[in-house]
Structures are given as structure tokens and as C-alpha cells.
Design a protein around this ligand. Sequence first.
Ligand code: ZN
Ligand code: FE
Length: 256
Amino acid sequence: MYLTPIPAFDDNYFWLLHDGKRALVVDPGDAGPVQRTLEQHALQLESILVTHHHADHTGGVNVLREATGAKVYGPATERIPQPYLPLKGGDLARALDMDFQVIDVPGHTAGHIAYYAQGVNGKPLLFCGDTLFSGGCGRLFEGTPAQMLSSLDKLSALPGNTVVCCAHEYTLSNLRFAMAVEPDNAELAAYLTQCTALRNQSQPTLPTSIAKELLVNPFLRTRQPTIMAAARRFDASAHDDSTVFAAIRQWKNQFK
Ligand code: ZN
Ligand code: FE
């Protein structure tokens, strides 16, 4: 299987997975870049997987469905361009002869889902939309800090070698914030250097992995003493898992 991010808008990636003939695409916010890629590689679009309702993830769905007849999957409780197959946590989405397990990950939006497949080129694969980014997580538009933390806990529990396909290239700004939270994290400093070099060559920093994120991502590390102490310097009232998480999220929102 071939996995490629199709860059779109300022910083979106529409993930394309294909076997040389048939393809699936995740969160196509715009049809044009997807259609050009399909034509270049003579691919038939078989499935469209949608993680949440935002326009930058759904804007190309209707055009692509009409042009290719692709089957559309999406979260049951959100407004997704009809017709589509509604999914909730625990369901399976079948695409390219593989089963994708659906994981409920509310927080960025109330009905946000992620798609997880066990063995793609020998590794697990995760499409997590705007829930988990490299070095960061989605903004809480429709969910509480406790909900987002519990969603991220589900993703953290996946195997370390899981290939994590995030929907935005936010890595460098996330890592600059992460360095403010954990200035002594050597793994983080090395990863920032590596990602800076990639971006200087206009290369994506994604996909990432769960193991890498556990080492560098402050939002997956809110139970580490270093992060808890940093959260309390920002907000002295942070005292438990979800208030520490909330403080780090709030700090990131204000960080320049
Ligand atoms: Zn979004
Ligand atoms: Fe987005």
C-alpha cells in the first residue's frame, strides 16, 4: 500500500492510501488536488473517510462522490454531506479490503471519529483528523478538556509503532510551544531540529507515530511531573488530570 499526504489549502493534508489501482482518501476538503493526484497515478477512488464536519475536511466530498462513485463514511452524529454511511465508536469501516476500526474521539468536535487499521504494510495505521497533531492537539471547539483528554488517552494506548496521519501541518508551531512547556526535553529538542530541516525542504513532518508523540507531545504528557509543574506556573489552580490538560490547552491558545 502507498500512503501519501495530498497538501491542500495553507496547511491541510488529505491522506491518500492506495494499492496502485484503488484508493481511499481521508477528509478531502477540496476535490481539485485529490482529482489531480488520482489522474496522475490512474487511480480509482473507492472510499472517502471523513473524521468530522468542518468544511476543510468535507468541502470536496460531494464533487468526489459524484465524479467517482466513491463510498463515503463519516461520524453518525455530525452533519456530513449526504448520502454517507454513518459510523460510531466500535463500528468497522471496510475500505480497500481492510477493516478500519472506528474510535470516538470527541473534543475538537462533539462527534469526531478516528479510523484505525491493524496491519497496513506491517504496521498499524491511524487517521485522526484534528484530534491529535504532531506535538499538539486540536482546539476544543465543541468538547471539554476532560473529553479531549479521554479521547487522546484512547489514541495513546494504541501500539507505539502506529503510523499517525494528522490532518494539518502544524508541527513546527506545536513544537515551539512544547519547548516552552518542557525546555529540558532532549527528545523534543532533537525532534524540532529534525522537523525544521524537513520544512526547510518543503517536506511534510508527517506521518508521526504514537511512540514519538508520547516523547514530545505535551498534550499526551499531562501526567508527567514536568508538565504538571509547568501547567501550575501558567494556572495555579491546575490540580488534576483534566485541569492540567485545560491549563496547557489554554496556554497554547495564547502562545505566540
Ligand atoms: Zn477541524
Ligand atoms: Fe481541520
